[in-house]
Design a protein around this ligand. Structure first.
Ligand SMILES: C[S@@+](CC[C@H](N)C(=O)[O-])C[C@H]1O[C@@H](n2cnc3c(N)ncnc32)[C@H](O)[C@@H]1O
Length: 662
C-alpha cells in the first residue's frame, strides 16, 4: 500500500482548477474536479472548488454537500460556514444563512464580509436596527469596505432612529462625504432623526423664543458648528424639517443683523458657509423679511465700501450675503478676485453656472419643439431645472443585462434581450441627469441616449456626467413626440416622471413604444391618483387663487402652508420636495399634470399591445409581499389594486414599473 499519497492535488492540477474557476468555465471545471475527486477523495481544495462551482451554476444542493464535506474534514474552516451561509441566502433560507454566518464570525472575529452579510439577512428580514449594527461591525473592522457603506445607506433610506447605535456617526459622515453612495436627500430624514437623539441638539431647535434670544450669536454658531454631521448635511441637500428650518432662518437673520460682531474664527466661517450652501441648495426658498431686505442693502454697501473703496477684505460679509441671494446676480461682486477665496461660494455661484452656459452652446437638438404644452413645460424647467442634486447613488458595479433583469425579478420568458452584451438605452425626459447617470452605472457596456425639453436641465446633466466621468451618454434637446426623428430603436427605454406632464400621455407612451425593439424593455414612472389626493386639493386651491408660479408667489404660498395646521397640508410638509424651490414648483405648481390609476395603466397597456412585467421599487415590493404573504402575486395587477386601495399612499413615489411589447 502506498502510504505517501497526498490528500491534495498536485500544484499544476490545483492551478488548472483555479484557472478554470477564474475564467468562469464552470462546465469544464466541474468535469475536471469530479475526476480528480476520485483520486483525492478527501481533498479540501476539491470540496471547496466543487462547492463554489456548483454554487455558480445554481446547483445549490450539490454546493451544500461539498461545503458540508469541507466542514466535516476541517471543522474550524470559517470560510466554509460563510459559503454555506451564501447558499442558504440564495435559496431564501434566511435563518439558516444567519446561523452559518454567525458561526463563521465566531471562528474568525474580524470576518467583515460575514458581518456585512449578516446585515443583509437582517435587512431582508426587515430587522433594520440589527442590520445597521452589523454593517457598523463590518466597517469597524474594515473602514474601507464599500459594500457595507452601500448597504447601510440603503437601510437608512427608510429608517428613523429611535435609539443611538454606538460608533455610527463617523460612518454616516463617510457616507455623506462619498459622492457616489447615496443621494443625501434620501437619507436626510434618517440622519435628522439620529441627530435629534442628542438631547442638546433637539433642545436647541425646540427652544422657546425668550430663552433662545438670550443666547449670544457667537455662542449659537459655536454650538451648531460642533455637530459635524449636521453641518455636512446642510451642505448636501435641503433640510426637510420645519423646526430646523425655523431656527436656520432665525440664525441667518441674526448673522445678517450682527455681522459686525461675529468673531473671525474658522468654525464660524464653516458654519456660515454651511448655511450659505443650504440656502443655495434650497434655491433661497426661505422668506426674507422687510427688516432683512433693508439690512441686506446696507450689507451690500458695506462690502462695496470695504473692498472697492478701502481695499480691505470682506469675506465674512460676502459669505453672509450669499446666505440670502445668488451672488451671480450682482455684477459688481462677480469681478472681485476675493470671491475665489470662498471656494464653495465661488463654485456654486459662478463656476458651475459658467460651465453650464458654455455646455448649453454645444447641445444638439432633435427638432424645434412645437407642441403647445411641451413649450410651456419646457419653459418651467428652463426657469427651474429639476431635480437639483450633487451626490448620487450609483450602482456598486455595472451588471450584464441578464443580471439586471434577474435582480429586478422581471416576469419575462427567456428571450434574446437577456443575452445582449451592449444594450442601447433611451432615457426620455432625463431632466438634470440623475436618472441617466444612474443607468449608465447600472448596465454593463451600455450606450445611452438621453433627451429632454429643457436645455438648462441638459446643461446641468452634462456637467454632472463629465464630473462623474461617464462618456457613454449622449444628451439631446428634444420632445418625446419627435423621437422618430432619431431613426433608432432601443433595447431599453426608461421614462420616469415625464409622461404625466405631457398633453396626451398615451400619445407620448406610443412614441416611446414605436422606438422600442420588439424584445425591448420599458420602464415607466407615473403619478398615482390615490397617492396624490392631497396634492390635488392643493393644486385646485392654487388654481382657484390663480397664483402664477414665480419665486415670490411660491414662497408666499409656502409660508401660508407652514403657518397653517390644516390637515390637507400635512403630507406636503413631510415631503422632501417641500424644501426647495424647483422641487416644490414641480410638486404643486406644475403647468401640466395627469394622474393615473392601475386600471388606467392597464387599459393603456392593452391599447398599446404591451404587458406589465413587474414593479421596481424594493420598498413597495417588500410591503406588498408582507401584505400578500406570497411571492407569486407580484405580477398580478388585480392584487396590486387591492393592495393600493388598502395603502393609498404607497405609490407616493409614483408607480414605477416595467412593461414589454406582447
Ligand atoms: C420631473 S422631471 C424628471 C426628470 C428625470 N426623469 C428624473 O427622474 O430625474 C420631468 C422632466 O421631463 C421633461 N419633459 C417633460 N415633457 C417632455 C417631453 N414631451 N419630451 C421630453 N422631455 C419632457 C422635463 O423637461 C423635465 O426635465
Amino acid at each position: 500500500m502506498n502510504t505517501n499519497i497526498s490528500t491534495e492535488p498536485k500544484k499544476d492540477e490545483a492551478n488548472e482548477l483555479l484557472k478554470l474557476f477564474n475564467e468562469k468555465k464552470f462546465g469544464e471545471l466541474l468535469n475536471k474536479a469530479e475526476g480528480l475527486r476520485l483520486i483525492y477523495p478527501n481533498s479540501l481544495l476539491i470540496f471547496n472548488i466543487l462547492g463554489a462551482s456548483y454554487f455558480e451554476v445554481g446547483d445549490y444542493k450539490k454546493s451544500l454537500v461539498f461545503f458540508n464535506n469541507l466542514i466535516r474534514n476541517k471543522p474550524n474552516y470559517f470560510e466554509a460556514y460563510y459559503n454555506i451561509g451564501n447558499v442558504y441566502t440564495k435559496i431564501g433560507k434566511l435563518d439558516l444563512a444567519l446561523t452559518y454566518y454567525i458561526k463563521s464570525t465566531n471562528l474568525k472575529k474580524d470576518f467583515f464580509e460575514a458581518f456585512n452579510n449578516i446585515g443583509n439577512i437582517y435587512k431582508r428580514k426587515n430587522q433594520k436596527s440589527s442590520a445597521i449594527v452589523n454593517y457598523i461591525k463590518s466597517l469597524k473592522i474594515n473602514p474601507d469596505f464599500k459594500r457595507s457603506y452601500h448597504n447601510l445607506a440603503v437601510v437608512l433610506q427608510d429608517y428613523i432612529f429611535n435609539e443611538p447605535i454606538p460608533n455610527i456617526e463617523k460612518y454616516l459622515i463617510r457616507i455623506l462625504e462619498s459622492e457616489t453612495i447615496v443621494r443625501p436627500i434620501a437619507i436626510a430624514n434618517s440622519i435628522i432623526s439620529y441627530l435629534q437623539l442628542n438631547e442638546d441638539f433637539k433642545k436647541f431647535f425646540y427652544m422657546k423664543d425668550d430663552k433662545y434670544k438670550k443666547i449670544p450669536i457667537n455662542k449659537k454658531i459655536k454650538f451648531l458648528s460642533n455637530y459635524k454631521l449636521f453641518t455636512k448635511l446642510l451642505q448636501l441637500c435641503p433640510i426637510p424639517n420645519i423646526k430646523i428650518e425655523e431656527k436656520l432662518r432665525e440664525i441667518r437673520k441674526e448673522i445678517l443683523l450682527k455681522v459686525s460682531i461675529i468673531e473671525n474664527r474658522n468654525d464660524n466661517f464653516e458654519l456660515i458657509n454651511a448655511i450659505s450652501t443650504q440656502c443655495y441648495l434650497n434655491e433661497y426658498i426661505y422668506e426674507i423679511s422687510e427688516e432683512e431686505i433693508s439690512a441686506l442693502k446696507n450689507l451690500e454697501e458695506e462690502i462695496f465700501k470695504k473692498i472697492i473703496i478701502n481695499n480691505h477684505s470682506a469675506n465674512l460679509e460676502i459669505l453672509c450675503l450669499s446666505c440670502f441671494k445668488s451672488l451671480n446676480d450682482l455684477d459688481w461682486i462677480k469681478n472681485i478676485k476675493e470671491i475665489k477665496v470662498l471656494n464653495q461660494v465661488y463654485k456654486y455661484h459662478y463656476q458651475e453656472k459658467l460651465e453650464e452656459e458654455e455646455i448649453s452652446k454645444t447641445i444638439k437638438s432633435i427638432a424645434m419643439i412645437k407642441d403647445n404644452i411641451s413649450i410651456k413645460v419646457k419653459s418651467q424647467y428652463e426657469e427651474n431645472p429639476y431635480p437639483r442634486w450633487n451626490n448620487i447613488g450609483l450602482s456598486f458595479a455595472p451588471k450584464s443585462l441578464k443580471n439586471v433583469i434577474k435582480d429586478i425579478n422581471l416576469n419575462i420568458a427567456e428571450n434574446s434581450i437577456s443575452e445582449l452584451s451592449k444594450p442601447e438605452i433611451l432615457i426620455a425626459g432625463c431632466g438634470t441627469g440623475q436618472h441617466a447617470i444612474t443607468s449608465a452605472s447600472k448596465y454593463l457596456n451600455c450606450n445611452i441616449t438621453a433627451i429632454d425639453l429643457s436645455k438648462r436641465s441638459l446643461s446641468y446633466a452634462i456637467r454632472k456626467a463629465k464630473h462623474f466621468k461617464y462618456n457613454n451618454i449622449k444628451f439631446l434637446e428634444g420632445d418625446i413626440l419627435d423621437l422618430k426623428r432619431l431613426n433608432k430603436k432601443f433595447n431599453i427605454i426608461e421614462c420616469v416622471g415625464v409622461l404625466h406632464h405631457m398633453d396626451d400621455p398615451y400619445n407620448g407612451w406610443k412614441c416611446l413604444k414605436d422606438c422600442l425593439r420588439d424584445d425591448g424593455l420599458m420602464y415607466i414612472g407615473l403619478y398615482s391618483e390615490l397617492a396624490r389626493q392631497n396634492i390635488k386639493l392643493i393644486r385646485n386651491e392654487i388654481k382657484k387663487m390663480d397664483i402664477y408660479p414665480d419665486k415670490k408667489n411660491i414662497i408666499n404660498f409656502r409660508n401660508k402652508i407652514i403657518k397653517s395646521n390644516e390637515k390637507k397640508y400635512h403630507d406636503l410638509k413631510n415631503s422632501t420636495d417641500f424644501y426647495s424651490l424647483s422641487a416644490l414648483r414641480d410638486l404643486i405648481f406644475h403647468f401640466q399634470e395627469h394622474t393615473f390609476t392601475l386600471d388606467k395603466i392597464e387599459q393603456i397597456l392593452k391599447k398599446l399591445n404591451m404587458k406589465f412585467i413587474g414593479f421596481e421599487d424594493t420598498y413597495v415590493l417588500e410591503k406588498f409581499k408582507s401584505f400578500k404573504k406570497s411571492e407569486n402575486q407580484i405580477y398580478n395587477l388585480e392584487d396590486w389594486k387591492r393592495f393600493e386601495n388598502k395603502n393609498p399612499r404607497i405609490f407616493a413615489g409614483m408607480y414605477q414599473f416595467w412593461c414589454q411589447k406582447i
